[in-house]
Design a protein around this ligand. Structure first.
Ligand code: CDT
Length: 312
């Protein structure tokens, strides 16, 4: 039986502070309509799809912060997206800022969900690698306060049996860490879905070239795909948000590591590729046959320590 999935990567253009959830969702629905016309079975949207990338703003009023978060999913603003996707029979994933109630306490996470073609949420991932800093940093050209507004996710890198395949999720900065893909690779992942919001310039090194930032994005997702024999669908929120530019470069990556579809703009844009999950098999059974070739007895440091310990 064929395991080809037509994937739509729904890059989003910028969202300003003043934009409503409804405005974001109506743009998502437009991309979904286009994906339906192009015969997609699965649509991937970016990280924090519903709002501007608010961690660039330093806020101390928790009520103001909480306005960027969702307490329920779906909710009134996103229900039309769930309804339209169900009508089309399209599965989808998107990221949002989540307030979760766990053991009577409110927790703030940077979250993404996987929704099946019948509109059921079948998977949830909470971001593990939170980049940036927790306190205002006057030495940066702009702020990146994810460590202030979010807790480290408590889901770990799970995978789900979904659409005749094995799917996993991660979010933005997670894509730069090989451990992210390998933990999912060890569970047989065949498609990693991820969204990102990446500034076009480095707040700590303004001289860094844009093409180098694109290279670091590409090399991360291409290596993650190849080294684990998995598809990677990596989707940006791009463009200028209240004067701050986010890079584009959404990509669908084959298990060979080759990019098979790439966005060209910094705006709402759908990229499409037919992804045959069976194309993972060759890589998983040859050069990256983990069972035959991995040597975990020599990898202990990876889980025993966080930072670098240099020899005396
Ligand atoms: N959203 C996100 O994780 N962005 C980071 C920027 C890091 S710069 C502090 C990224 O890795 O793209």
């Amino acid at each position: 039986m064929s395991r080809v999935i037509r994937v739509g990567g729904a890059q989003m253009g910028p969202l300003q502070k003043s934009d409503s959830r409804e405005a974001a969702v109506s743009r998502m629905i437009k991309l979904l309509d286009q994906a339906h016309e192009e015969g997609c079975n699965l649509v991937a949207f970016p990280e924090l799809t519903l709002t501007t990338f608010f961690p660039r703003w330093d806020m101390d009023d928790q009520d103001e912060v909480d306005r960027y978060f969702e307490e329920e999913m779906p909710n009134a603003a996103t229900q039309p997206l769930f309804d339209r996707a169900k009508e089309y029979g399209i599965a989808f994933t998107f990221g949002y800022a989540e307030i979760a109630r766990e053991n009577g306490t409110r927790h703030h996470y940077n979250t993404s969900i996987l929704v099946d073609e019948a509109g059921n949420i079948v998977g949830k991932y909470r971001k593990t690698h939170l980049p940036g800093h927790a306190d205002f940093d006057p030495d940066r050209a702009f702020q990146h306060l994810e460590k202030k507004y979010f807790e480290v996710g408590n889901t770990g890198f799970r995978v789900w049996r979904f659409m005749d395949g094995i799917f996993g999720m991660c979010i933005c900065n997670d894509r730069r860490w090989p451990e992210t893909y390998r933990v999912m690779g060890l569970q047989g992942v065949e498609m990693v879905l991820l969204g990102f919001n990446t500034p076009s310039s480095n707040s700590q090194r303004q001289s860094e070239r844009g093409d180098l930032r694109t290279f670091h994005n590409d090399i991360s997702v291409q290596a993650g795909a190849y080294q684990n024999g998995t598809w990677v669908v990596s989707i940006a929120k791009a463009g200028v948000e209240d004067g701050h530019e986010l890079m584009g470069g959404s990509a669908i990556v084959h298990p060979s590591g080759e990019i098979v579809a790439k966005s060209k703009t910094l705006d709402d844009e759908l990229i499409v590729a037919d992804c045959d999950l069976d194309e993972c098999t060759f890589f998983k059974e040859t050069i990256f046959d983990f069972d035959r070739h991995r040597r975990p007895e020599h990898y202990g440091l990876i889980t025993q320590q966080t930072g670098v310990v240099r020899p005396d």
